[in-house]
Write a protein that binds this ligand. Structure first.
Ligand code: FES
Ligand SMILES: [Fe+2]
Length: 391
């Protein structure tokens, strides 16, 4: 009998991914000078995607947003990740994340973002408090032994690190705060926990989540894909990959040597206080594995959460954070409009290439490709996946 992998939503033959894991095993322990990509099939195989969902996303910490999205008691946002409909809320006791699937007949109790005193399910009006406690369920008095008081929406293990909200479905893994201990001083330099939400952007990406992360984390493609936008001020060849740490990687993207600060700063924004000269002249790109991407400019930080839908579909949810002093300025709406336009233009350049890349990697001739030192972050992500997927 075929051995079966038991994953949450899918049962599949183990040998559907065995050859991919074997190929990945060949690169275990190799130095960066031998680096190459993962097998192209790992970017479109439904079986490999199911394995990633089970052993990476559902089994590790995932970022779902930032505390600036939940400033006041009652603020909430909904988020769908690895097939789970979740709700993040600021209740009187602090931020909590829970399932938003109604305990009656599974309707999500709320969608989108807002501020509320509680939630009433749109299907049959069962109601819940900000802490997920059921408050009422109409016409249920004949249901023997049923008590709303005894019901609560399932609570998800949550940790907040420098304002980033992380969740995990695994009760046993170690703290994400401890794992990111060495990264926190860098995040603190940007006052990450205290920044204000400026805008949010969502993109539907017709490509695998790994492609989205890889493209964000390397500047090797600037001289071609972004030759009319980023390359002049941020030449890809000047970028460098840092050491990173357990669970994260970093790419530094410096301003050209003779570049003016006006090329990196956004008019209308306010630079973060106390940044060193080097950070005033570079953008730090960070990936906290698997799904959190941070773009750290001297006057704004973008937090991108990757939400994989299928092997070939990913939602890219971005929150842009700024110095609260910028938000208080009268011209803030115009500043945001300008920033949004520019951001969209650069994102469109990446999205177009990545969509084409996704379609082409189905080719029978597509093989793992060798990597430049300028894209070592691609290798680091592959190392992270090897460590989680290969027994
Ligand atoms: S499904 Fe929510 S009240 Fe019926
Ligand atoms: Fe890009």
């Amino acid at each position: 009998m075929t051995e079966l992998l038991s994953l949450k939503d899918i049962t599949l033959p183990a040998d559907a991914v065995a050859h991919l894991l074997d190929e990945m095993r060949e690169d275990l322990g190799k130095g960066a000078e031998h680096s190459r990509t993962l097998p192209p099939e790992s970017y479109h195989s439904a079986a490999f995607f199911a394995l990633e969902q089970a052993k990476v996303f559902r089994a590790d910490w995932m970022c779902i947003g930032h505390v600036a999205q939940l400033v006041n008691v009652g603020d909430y946002f909904s988020i769908d990740i690895v097939g789970e409909a979740l709700l993040a809320v600021r209740s009187a006791e602090g931020i909590r994340v829970m399932s938003r699937v109604c305990l009656h007949r599974w309707m999500p109790i709320v969608e989108g973002t807002g501020n509320a005193r509680g939630f009433a399910c749109p299907f049959h009006s069962w109601s819940y408090g900000l802490d997920g406690q059921m408050l009422g369920a109409p016409s249920m008095e004949q249901a023997n032994g049923f008590s709303p008081k005894a019901q609560r929406l399932p609570q998800i293990r949550t940790e907040i690190v420098s304002g980033l909200i992380f969740i995990t479905f695994d009760e046993t893994i170690g703290s994400i705060g401890e794992r990111l201990h060495d990264l926190v001083p860098l995040l603190d330099r940007y006052h990450l926990a205290d920044l204000a939400q400026a805008l949010t952007l969502d993109y539907d990406c017709d490509f695998n989540w790994k492609i989205a992360a890889e493209t964000f984390m390397e500047c090797y493609h600037h001289s071609s894909v972004h030759r009319r936008t980023l390359e002049h001020s941020f030449p890809g060849r000047l970028s460098s990959i840092g050491e990173g740490g357990e669970g994260w990687s970093i790419c530094h993207q410096p301003l050209r040597a003779k570049g003016e600060l006006s090329e990196i700063l956004t008019p209308g924004l306010v630079p973060f206080e106390g940044l060193a000269e080097a950070d005033m002249r570079q953008i730090n790109l960070l990936q906290i594995f698997p799904n959190c991407l941070l773009g750290m400019d001297p006057d704004r930080v973008s937090v991108t959460t990757l939400l994989p839908i299928s092997a070939e579909l990913t939602v890219w949810h971005r929150v842009v954070l700024v110095n609260p002093a910028a938000k208080a300025r009268e011209d803030f709406p115009e500043t945001m409009a300008r920033m949004q336009e520019r951001g969209k233009g650069i994102a469109a350049e990446d999205l177009e290439v990545n969509g084409i890349q996704q379609r082409a990697l189905h080719s029978a001739f597509a093989k793992a490709g060798r990597l430049s030192h300028l894209e070592r972050t691609v290798w680091q992500q592959a190392n992270y996946l090897r460590s989680r997927l290969i027994d």
